[in-house]
Ligand binder design. Structure first.
Ligand code: DGL
Length: 272
């Protein structure tokens, strides 16, 4: 099966990466809209326009299902995309439900882009699941730019995150929900601020499991063994993937190397 996965940038690689673990036998087309990143600071109309263009591009390339590996694009465009195109289209939303259901009493922090936080989709979700008003929302658009520069562990990153969290008392929180796929890369930095007890929750496994269900695919029972992610840069699954940056195929060895390094980063932080 050929599965299209797209995002504004490298955030969506974290979803593809999880798919490599659980659905290693499928074929993928990964599309990062590097021409228009960051989506989180664009208007809903602009984002909708980009996602329609990308979906048509992926259909043209033979995608049989599409994952919108971007919370921001999902919150603006998923309904319209499903209306227009007759293949399975999966979206992502901040994993608030598992956070609320999996914890008691203490507060939950959701970090996302300003668009995701403003849109009704997240408000509706909170209305449904946040019965005791335990969830706080915090925009972190700066992290998208750090991620695109592959700057994950610098002093500037840590200072930025600390500054955003400064108005809150970290001891009150039991979970941090990563409501933007770009935010996965920074798990070690959150750990420095939140400590070991706090759960870091992303939606990647849930999305891949849902994808498997919708497509009737069986997920791997040995997700941590089958894929070979090592610094030797032999990543078996990458061979099953066509990579594009805003319609431009990535075939250049230097760029592929950059993608391998990003996959290695994701592998390292996956279990944080
Ligand atoms: N990775 C995207 C998300 O999950 C958006 C990042 C951006 O382009 O602002 O929301």
């Amino acid at each position: 099966m050929k599965i299209g996965i797209f995002d504004s940038g490298i955030g969506g690689l974290s979803v593809l990466h999880e798919a490599y673990h659980y659905l290693p036998e499928q074929n993928y087309i990964f599309y990062a809209d590097t021409k228009h990143v960051p989506y989180g600071l664009k208007t809903p109309e602009q984002i909708l326009g980009y996602t329609i263009g990308i979906t048509e591009f992926l259909l043209d390339k033979g995608a049989e299902a599409i994952v919108v590996a971007c919370n921001t694009a999902t919150s603006v465009a998923i309904r319209e995309l499903r209306k227009r195109y007759n293949i399975p289209i999966l979206g992502m939303e901040p994993a608030v439900k598992p956070a609320v259901e999996g914890t008691e009493k203490k507060r939950i922090m959701v970090i996302a882009t300003p668009v995701t936080i403003r849109e009704d989709k997240l408000k509706d979700l909170l209305h449904r699941v946040d019965e005791h008003h335990r969830v706080d929302l915090l925009p972190m658009p700066g992290l998208v730019e750090f991620a695109e520069r592959a700057e994950f562990d610098s002093e500037d990153v840590l200072n930025y995150i600390k500054k955003q969290f400064a108005p809150y008392n970290m001891d009150e929180y039991c979970a941090l929900v990563l409501g933007c796929t770009h935010f996965n890369y920074f798990k070690p930095a959150y750990r420095q601020i939140f400590g070991d007890e706090t759960l870091l929750i992303d939606g990647n496994y849930g999305t891949v499991r849902h994808l498997a269900e919708v497509l009737g695919l069986e997920i791997s029972k040995t997700p941590d063994n089958e894929v070979y992610f090592e610094d030797t840069h032999k990543m078996l699954c990458m061979a099953n993937t066509e990579y594009y940056y805003s319609e431009i195929p990535i075939t250049d060895e230097r760029e592929l190397e950059r993608l391998r390094i990003l996959h290695n980063r994701l592998e390292k932080v996956r279990k944080n």
